[in-house]
Design a protein around this ligand. Structure first.
Ligand SMILES: [Fe+2]
Ligand SMILES: [Fe+2]
Length: 437
């Protein structure tokens, strides 16, 4: 299954294409035999479009094959009607409409019935799978077309998402959101956390701050968009500043230094462009899926289940993402009372130890839980992944990124088989913010 097009917010107004088109039009008044009234092959590209072509090339990981312009003047009728292009030299096309407004329509190839329409104008661009889907264009404006060459992997690019990630467009003005987020940027440098270690690629740095709290209207917009309920207290801004950044292939643990991490991550892209990859394994044995996301795109995926990596595409452009977490379909965890610990869970732990032939001696005098007020962190964490299992406080369990390997199969499966769910309660400024398995 493929999508017929992808749209991106991209500030093409910087390139003043209208002036370029008018200047070129003065030389070339009649459209050529296929309807272009301005056409440049890659061997005779104009200098004026160099930066634009360069950026598009980076975004779509391809060398632009040609640029063409159709003039949809008032009264113009595109006599092609609904059609599928042959694509003699290109695999897909990038459309933009720097002046005027055009409507691109998707048609049923049999009945020609209109299935969907997209508006093209201003700083919106569209990548169209024009060799596979029947389409038609109408309106008044300049249709600027960039051909993506035949080695552009259209099948991967247009693959309908949903298997490994879901993509939405945020139901909120993304420029406004970016401004509002930056107003919350802490002036205190101690509130900015720096990550420059795995999975950040070597020499790359990510700067983050946690929203404290995330304003309700932002939370509402993200929840409306994704259909997922956000876990409060752990939404943060990932700011890659003006550096080239990439993330190496990894799968995130269910726990990190901050405590439990829910399985679903939603990345709200505020600016910049990122190529996001899903892999079969840590060494990237096979690429399963990829997508390009840009301002206003929201990508939701199980970051603890699939191997993933990312590259920022326009290296000199600042890239900022909001990162938010949800439990998705996981059962809503519960909290146990501290006093229940021995009564309820010690037998459970003992049974677990016995059934799994754990030879480590367990020091029952050592806390194997962390207590918050009257509540207990009743989760069981495993630190020794050499083969045997021991219990430690959860925070210690992050010493090694391989934690998830031991944690998931041994404890969670067993707990579920036994109808038990060890839980965590986490607090933030005195308020309960998180209940997690
Ligand atoms: Fe076409
Ligand atoms: Fe990740």
């Amino acid at each position: 299954m493929y999508d017929w097009c992808r749209t991106y917010k991209y500030d093409i107004e910087r390139f003043d294409l209208a002036t370029f088109i008018d200047q070129s039009k003065a030389n070339e008044t009649e459209p050529n035999s296929v309807g272009w009234y301005l056409y440049e092959d890659k061997k005779d590209f104009s200098k004026q479009t160099e930066l634009l072509r360069h950026e598009l090339g980076l975004m779509f990981d391809s060398e632009i094959r040609y640029m063409g312009v159709w003039d949809y003047y008032p009264g113009f009728v595109d006599s092609l009607g609904p059609h599928i292009d042959r694509g003699d030299i290109e695999n897909a096309v990038v459309f933009m409409c720097p002046r005027g407004e055009l409507i691109v329509t998707l048609h049923d190839p049999e009945t020609k019935q209109v299935l969907e329409t997209k508006k093209l104008s201003g700083n919106n661009i569209m990548v169209l799978y024009h060799t596979k889907f029947m389409h038609h264009i109408e309106g008044v404006g300049d249709l600027v077309v960039f051909g993506l060459p035949q080695d552009f992997d259209a099948e991967m690019f247009f693959r309908a998402d949903g298997k490994y990630f879901k993509r939405h467009t945020i139901d909120y003005d993304v420029d406004k959101l970016l401004n509002e987020v930056m107003e919350l940027y802490p002036s205190d440098p101690d509130k900015i956390t720096t990550f420059n270690y795995f999975p950040m690629s070597e020499g790359h740095t990510e700067y983050t701050f946690t929203f404290d709290p995330l304003p309700d209207h932002m939370r509402d917009a993200i929840e409306r968009t994704t259909g997922e309920k956000l876990v409060p207290g752990i939404t943060y801004l990932s700011d890659f500043r003006n550096t080239a950044t990439s993330l190496d292939i990894h799968k995130d643990p269910r726990w990190n230094a901050l405590g439990p991490i829910p399985p679903l991550l939603s990345m709200v892209c505020l600016d910049g462009y990122t190529r996001f990859y899903v892999w079969t394994g840590r060494n990237g044995t096979k690429l399963l899926d990829m997508c390009l996301y840009g301002p206003g795109d929201v990508i939701t995926f199980d970051h603890t289940e699939v191997f993933h990596s990312a590259d920022s595409v326009l290296k000199d452009r600042r890239k900022r993402n909001m990162q938010c977490y949800s439990y998705g379909n996981e059962a809503v965890p519960f909290v146990v009372q501290y006093n229940d610990w021995y009564k309820k869970y010690r037998p459970w732990v003992e049974q677990f130890v016995e059934e799994n032939n754990i030879t480590d001696s367990i020091d029952w005098e050592q806390p194997i839980f962390t207590a918050y007020d009257n509540y207990v962190l009743a989760s069981i964490s495993i630190i020794d992944i050499e083969g045997d299992i021991g219990y430690v406080r959860t925070y210690d369990a992050h010493k090694d990124n391989t934690f998830e390997i031991a944690m998931r199969p041994h404890v969670i499966d067993w707990a579920e088989d036994n109808g038990l769910k060890p839980m965590v309660k986490r607090e933030h400024d005195g308020t309960v913010v998180d209940y997690a398995l």
